[in-house]
Design a protein around this ligand. Structure first.
Ligand SMILES: [Fe+2]
Length: 618
């Protein structure tokens, strides 16, 4: 079909409005672009022969998201191998209406594998912005490398989505994974600097109803930087808690009150809106139409497991501060589950059946153990933590965050052993608004600073796109929390030396690559989350040699060979990357390679770093 006939769908003879987004940085303009396609386009869950395409059509002014208003509307879609749509591969027409909030999802199949594709929609005489996507290689293809963007925790009121813009500007990725907290539930002014920078949630109150969740997703889809990301790359997404509400579990949530109705009904509304507004493929059938966990592969190189760690989990065990600083031995109860029985069995079977050298796990909450077993011999650094614990009447052993795998100890240990058996497991993690690079120890008790120990997997944790940093949270959580936050990396190096890098202050994103030889993770930070034009600066990089389950500091990735050949003008920066030690550091950043040194130097090391580093404003 040519361009003219493509545009003819809908109102015959109507003006052919090009609904390109014209959103400015002025937050007052954070509303849909004029025309039927003001919420942009997106693609997701690529397969070797298929990809999910998404848009939302607004047929009339009153047919706003969540309104339930507006007539059924036909929408044309096209997929081509060029951005001028001279070589259209597939096309069709679907009808949408208020039952799906006028969202459109098309699972287009019959596509060539490992191919760049362009797509667009048309309705009511208008065309959508053009999106670009890419199919996966054939499952048995011998591929050289996978390179993806890694993002999480994007609170609209937390700042501008500059990190998304910087991911979208890259030209070397296969797709982008979002590890959860794509939207946040809070009402205006409840979390983050939004009111001060004109980034205000819609609806103004906490989202609880189906209409609320639809409106909130719609607001996020008007953000120009998120729109750019969706137009450029397919996303593979999972959920964390805030897609429903804070610290959710199977039958409730920390942020679900008595006046907010039945929790399971609320989650159903949230998940309905999520599946309407996200480019995610429904794989659970009629029995579970909003099932999140699913599997993919990238040629013969990678098997990709997408986990849901909220919908089926046991309730968090109470700690001294919410679910933090947990001393209750109930965390180890064998019946406690993070994944639920069905997902756990599916994940176990998938790991066992995988013959790919790399098993990459989209793992919303941190797996690596983070338990303080003892304090007496830990010197000055531990005194900070000891002081905080003593002030709260808490004594070790203590789980620092019971919302993570540590709060589900039996299941954590079972998968620790399984990871060790299958090999090649890399966990990509979000949730905690901070940067962590770690080896997963086979036995924390025998893993020694400098010497190391047996390990079973590696984990890379990305900071939030905008959400408040872990450091700022720690500083406000406990009496003495500010001191704890300032010394946090040194404390970690003391009590958990398998963590090789920690930063609890910055926002940003990750770029992850695997080849037959290595798994590699680059971090990039945004200069200021409240600056709409924030720049991206280099963070740390770590690499794991295949078969090692260890990580070492590395230089930034260079251009991919195939990409470099196609786009020789792409900026190159591999060798120019400064070593980790010269990165600008805050008091809350510490490369942990010299863990033993940090353990002995303790506060003095941190103090020295703070004396030579610019202090960041919280
Ligand atoms: Fe988050």
């Amino acid at each position: 079909m040519d361009r003219r006939s493509f545009l003819r769908l809908g109102v015959g003879g109507a003006a052919l409005l090009a609904a390109q987004p014209v959103l400015g940085r002025d937050p007052a303009l954070a509303r849909p672009a004029p025309g039927p396609f003001g919420h942009g386009v997106a693609s997701g869950d690529p397969r070797p022969d298929a990809v999910v395409l998404w848009t939302r059509v607004t047929p009339t002014d009153e047919a706003t998201p969540g309104s339930g208003l507006g007539a059924a509307t036909g929408v044309r879609w096209e997929v081509a191998t060029d951005d001028a749509f001279t070589a259209v591969l597939r096309s069709g027409t679907v009808t949408t209406d208020p039952a799906s909030d006028h969202t459109v999802k098309v699972d287009v199949d019959g596509l060539p594998s490992a191919t760049d594709l362009w797509y667009r929609f048309a309705a009511l005489g208008a065309t959508s912005p053009v999106g670009r996507t890419r199919t996966m290689p054939a499952s048995d293809a011998d591929v050289e490398s996978l390179r993806i963007g890694v993002v999480s925790c994007s609170n609209y009121e937390g700042g501008f989505f500059s990190a998304y813009r910087h991911v979208a500007a890259r030209d070397d990725l296969d797709f982008v994974v979002h590890l959860g907290d794509y939207v946040y539930e809070y009402g205006q002014g409840a979390y983050g600097p939004g009111p001060g920078i004109g980034r205000l949630h819609d609806p103004a109150t906490e989202m609880v109803t189906l209409s609320d969740y639809r409106r909130r997703h719609a607001l996020y889809k008007t953000d120009p930087d998120l729109g750019a990301l969706h137009r450029r790359y397919a996303l593979i997404t999972t959920i964390d808690d805030h897609e429903v509400t804070d610290n959710s579990w199977a039958a409730g949530a920390n942020n679900h009150g008595a006046g907010e109705g039945d929790y399971v009904a609320r989650r159903a509304a949230a998940m309905q809106a999520y599946f309407e507004w996200m480019p995610i493929r429904a794989t659970g059938g009629a029995a579970e139409p909003t099932r999140i966990y699913r599997e993919s592969s990238y040629g013969s190189l990678v098997d990709l497991f997408v986990l849901d760690q909220r919908t089926y989990r046991s309730e968090q065990v109470a700690g001294a501060q919410g679910d933090m600083l947990v001393t209750d031995p109930a965390v180890a109860a064998p019946e406690r589950t993070l994944l639920g029985a069905e997902q756990r069995a599916w994940f176990e079977a998938g790991l066992d059946a995988s013959v790919a050298p790399w098993k990459v796990v989209l793992n919303p909450v941190m797996f690596t153990p983070f338990v303080v077993a003892d304090l007496p011999d830990l010197g000055g650094v531990a005194n900070v933590l000891g002081g905080v614990l003593a002030g709260l009447g808490v004594s070790p052993p203590v789980v620092l965050n019971g919302d993570q795998w540590d709060g589900y100890r039996a299941e954590q240990l079972a998968f620790r052993d399984r990871f060790g058996q299958v090999g090649g497991v890399v966990l990509l993690t979000g949730d905690i608004h901070s940067t962590w690079a770690s080896e997963v120890p086979a036995d924390p008790g025998t893993y020694l600073p400098l010497v190391g120990g047996d390990t079973v997997a590696v984990e890379f944790v990305v900071p939030g796109i905008t959400s408040d940093s872990l450091g700022s949270s720690l500083a406000g959580l406990f009496p003495g929390g500010e001191l704890l936050a300032d010394n946090f990396p040194a404390i970690i190096s003391t009590v958990a030396p398998w963590f090789k890098y920690v930063d609890v202050e910055r926002q940003g994103f990750g770029v992850f690559e695997v080849t037959a030889d290595h798994a590699h993770h680059d971090w990039f930070y945004v200069s200021d989350r409240t600056d709409p034009n924030a720049t991206a600066v280099d963070g740390p990089s770590f690499r794991s040699v295949a078969g090692s389950n260890k990580i070492v500091a590395a230089a930034k990735l260079g251009p991919r060979p195939a990409v470099a050949a196609a786009a020789p003008a792409a900026p190159a920066s591999p060798a120019a990357t400064p070593p980790i030690a010269t990165l600008p550091a805050t008091g809350r950043t510490l490369p942990l390679g010299a863990a033993a040194a940090a353990a002995t130097a303790g506060l003095a090391l941190v103090a020295a770093r703070r004396a030579t580093a610019p202090e960041e404003t919280e």
